[in-house]
Write a protein that binds this ligand. Structure first.
Ligand SMILES: [Mg+2]
Length: 338
């Protein structure tokens, strides 16, 4: 297998911010895997929060470049080998897992969702409104609703929360997800969350520090909305550990390492009676296609990373209102915009 990669520069349409950080522009890495005249692609979206960077991703790729063997159909053993060797670099494993699945689909002439025995992916996604000044929030919300989005995710955990949410609820009655990205101290969360009940949130994501599972269990008891773990839940073992502390988990492929690990997390969560959502970072649609491929298995999707971009370098995912879908093209079903 021949493995090559290059950096990709992407820019959100509006500065994208949470209670913890902001992005005006970022780089990801596109990996390309060639074998027997067929090529598969994947995108690596490193996150500092999980000890990943562009540099660590490139170092990992260089280390595995001659170590992938000569049979891309061996996805599971290859991914297991990568997980054993590069456990902390799961964003890179995600990109490679995507490229392997893409290659197999391309080679066989079938979409990856069909290869996995799943329904054709067609899923409502939330559109995320990042933290911003009240005037910009209005612009973003109005744009999202005009574009037909019918479920919103709002980044909370800042002093303007009520002003933002009151405006949104004055113009939008649909599903509303709230994500605090660990912003609140435990006592603060206990006071704030009951005040949020008036906005009728569908769920509340990561209200407190990612290590503070006990507080999430306390917040569940308020019964304002299901409490979801995002930053607390990186990989399959976390699902087991979080059982009883939260109602649901947010699976992101750059945290867990791609389709294989995500399927294990879905199976564990389902077995334990937990709800599941699929999330993403700001990225191109090359890294939306893998989670969208398995979206028929989960309760909620927050797969808007590429929809937040000024220009998406990849195409193939279509959108009708707030629903995104993949077609019948072989592989992951996305390709570089010509
Ligand atoms: Mg989140």
């Amino acid at each position: 297998m021949k493995l090559t990669w290059k950096r990709l520069r992407i820019r959100p349409k509006h500065r994208f911010a949470t209670s913890q950080w902001a992005t005006d522009e970022k780089e990801t890495i596109v990996v390309r895997l060639e074998h027997g005249g067929v090529a598969g692609q994947g995108e690596i979206v490193p996150s500092e929060l999980y000890g990943q960077s562009l540099e660590s991703a490139e170092a990992t790729l260089a280390a595995v470049q001659n170590d992938l063997g000569d049979d891309p159909f061996r996805i599971e053993p290859i991914v297991q080998h990568l997980l054993a060797k590069f456990d902390g670099q799961r964003a890179t494993i995600d990109g490679l897992d995507a490229a392997l699945h893409d290659w197999c689909g391309q080679k066989l002439g079938v979409p990856v969702w069909k290869l996995l025995g799943l329904e054709q992916p067609r899923k409502q996604t939330t559109f995320t409104i990042g933290v911003a000044e009240p005037e910009l929030i209005r612009v973003k919300v109005d744009e999202a609703l005009a574009a037909g989005f019918d479920a919103l995710k709002i980044k909370v955990g800042v002093p303007d929360d009520h002003q933002t949410l009151a405006y949104i609820r004055s113009v939008f009655k649909g599903p509303l997800f709230l994500d605090a990205n660990q912003a609140w101290k435990p006592q603060e969360a206990l006071a704030r969350i009951p005040e949020l009940a008036r906005y009728h949130p569908t769920l509340i994501e990561q209200p407190v520090d990612r290590r503070d599972w006990q507080s999430m269990a306390e917040l569940r008891k308020l019964r304002v909305a299901p409490i979801f773990a995002d930053e607390s839940c990186e990989r399959p073992a976390d699902v087991v550990r979080l059982h009883g502390y939260v109602d649901g988990i947010n699976i992101k492929f750059n945290k867990c390492g791609g389709i294989r690990e995500a399927l294990r997390m879905v199976a564990l969560a389902r077995g334990l009676g937990m709800q599941v959502m699929l999330g993403c970072f700001v990225c191109s649609s090359l890294s939306i296609a893998p989670p969208l491929t398995i979206a028929s298995l989960v309760d909620y999707a927050d797969l808007d990373g590429a929809l937040l971009l000024a220009e998406d370098p990849f195409e193939g995912i279509t959108r009708t209102g707030g629903t995104i879908q993949l077609g019948d093209r072989p592989g992951l079903g996305v390709w570089a915009r010509g």
